[in-house]
Design a binder for this molecule. Sequence first.
Ligand code: SF4
Length: 252
Amino acid sequence: MLKKERYQLFVEYFSKHQPDAETELHYSNPYELLVAVILSAQCTDKRINQVTPALFSRFPTVEDLAASNADEIFTYIRSVSYPNNKAKHLAGMAKMLVEQFGAQVPSGLDELQKLPGVGRKTANVIASVIYDAPAMAVDTHVFRVSNRLGLTTNARTPLAVEKQLIGYLPNETIAMAHHWLILHGRYICLARKPKCEICPITHFCKYYQSGKAALVFSKTAKVAKSKSAKAKTIKKLKPQNLPIENEAIAKD
Ligand code: SF4
């Protein structure tokens, strides 16, 4: 299948089935989205949505956040990943926004990336979600899913993925395609074990068509079978009063 055709099928499928895809982060204005996206690096949207209500209630405007300091901000975000660094970034970002940008979140990628805690990915999210710019933010899901689908070829860095996706996608779909790829990666095309058996886009997925998916599925089935046999043996041997191990916390 030609890459052009693959892109066409990708846009056709998601335009029809997820025409209103959007970020799962909760926010009500550009300032809140910027804070939420900075916090979401290496963390789940679910966790961020748990801490932002109290944070935004204490700091309803960027001026309020700028008047605070990293130590106080830390107390509101202690349960997210890298809270120390993120608290410093938020304090610095707010001060710079107030002092240099008139308390307005800028729309340009260069200006956005001057803000502490804002890299290319965060800047692209703000540009596309708030300003509807044809910008593609590449996170781990976008990177993995676009590669598996065959939308990218030999793209080894987020910037290479971004350039290839932007090069092929129609301009008006770029911002939306970011959400399509993230949501598909988060719920179906999982990193360790993609759910190809229930995936509705196998007909244009390069990974699936290469047969790798079947291979992973049969290996996983074998492992599951041997684990289940092992578990039965252990169950026979295990005294009933042994404590049950905690379940691992599911990551995004
Ligand atoms: S078929 Fe499998 S590898 Fe391809 S997009 Fe779907 S879940 Fe991912």
